[in-house]
Write a protein that binds this ligand. Structure first.
Ligand code: BTN
Length: 334
């Protein structure tokens, strides 16, 4: 099975190297030391993953539209992540309860850091504070990353901050989506939620054994996919940009930034401070008038800064109060 996955990847690498052009069958069979029949079977498997591979009789194969595809092809995702230093192995499932739950199983099986679990559909997608995360099939990105950072349990929030920066930057810089980062890690577009992030960790007083950072991005969901209630608070890249986005490419783009930020964070030479300084520049909450809801209590004040562990400092009636976890609403001043 591992050999088959490796061969699929090698085959895709060769086809992708000549995207849109005929690759002779002999090139494939020679490179993989396989019979024509075995190569044909692998081509069938890649097509089964949703990749558009044309057969040209007596000549060979053409791979089309690899950078536009909507298919969450596991081989394509491995191909796109092959140069990523931190996230290079992806496990794809057509449907799961929650990618968080699957990634947790990997964590307890001693799987090394950097493994990604992704799916086309979640039946029990989880949000922050026990909420659910709507996860319609084939539309959005749902993934969880297994990390084993050299951090203390109280620092898990920093992973959320890094993931939030990564998504915000990707949406703005690569896709021209107007994205705002609301503390701690909600990414909004036009004031509506476009991405949610959830980090869960296990460890002892001194050290995290593992952390799972789960990210859900509303990619190709249309307004019709949203209930009347959700329409008021949620949006998607399709709704904002009026064009469908390739989910595997978006995944690659987010990972490219997230792995850079993880490198920053894990740098023993003031990495945490550097990450916080990037966060302070990216977070739209800082400097805003906010309403904060924590354990059924409501506060209003001006968000001033974040602490070294990513808690939000709010000035309320002249006094500073730090919130480690809460729901925040940006208020528009009249
Ligand atoms: C939030 O409430 O804003 C956090 C939402 C996190 C959703 C993602 S989707 C992938 C991963 N699997 C889950 O069940 N939840 C996270």
């Amino acid at each position: 099975m591992i050999e088959e996955a490796t061969n699929r990847l090698k085959l895709l690498e060769i086809l992708a190297g000549s995207e849109g052009q005929i690759v002779p069958s002999s090139t494939l069979t020679d490179a993989l030391a396989l019979s024509r029949q075995a190569a044909f079977k692998l081509i069938g498997a890649l097509r089964g993953e949703g990749l558009d591979i044309e057969s040209v009789p007596q000549k060979g194969y053409i791979l089309n539209s690899i950078y536009q595809t909507q298919a969450m092809s596991p081989t394509l995702i491995d191909f796109l992540l092959r140069t990523n230093q931190l996230f290079s192995k992806c496990y794809y499932y057509p449907e799961v309860d929650s990618t968080q739950a699957v990634a947790k199983k990997f964590a307890w099986d001693n799987t090394p850091a950097g493994v990604v679990v992704t799916t086309d559909s979640q039946t029990e997608g989880r949000g922050r504070r026990g909420r659910s995360w709507i996860s319609p099939a084939g539309k959005n990105l749902y993934f969880s990353i297994l990390l084993r950072p050299n951090l203390k349990p109280g620092d898990v929030q920093l992973l959320n901050l890094a993931a939030g920066i990564a998504v915000r930057e990707t949406l703005i810089q690569e896709y021209g989506v107007d994205a705002e980062l609301k503390w701690p890690n909600d990414v909004l577009s036009g004031g509506k939620k476009i991405c949610g992030i959830l980090s869960e960790a296990a460890g002892d007083a001194d050290k995290i054994y593992y952390a799972i950072t789960g990210i859900g991005v509303n990619v190709n969901m249309s307004a019709d996919d949203l209930s009347a209630d959700l329409k008021k608070t949620a949006t998607s890249m399709l709704i904002e940009k009026h064009c469908a986005i390739s989910r595997p490419i978006l995944l690659r783009d987010i990972f490219s930034r997230f792995s850079e930020l993880m490198r920053v964070l894990e740098n023993p030479d003031a990495g945490v401070e550097k990450l916080l300084s990037i966060y302070r520049q990216s977070c739209d909450t800082i400097g805003k008038e906010v309403r904060v809801i924590q354990d059924d209590e409501e506060f209003q004040g001006r968000a001033l800064d974040v602490t070294g562990q990513g808690a939000l400092i709010v000035e309320i009636d002249g006094k500073e109060k730090a919130f480690a976890a809460a729901d925040v609403h940006h208020l528009r001043l009249k």
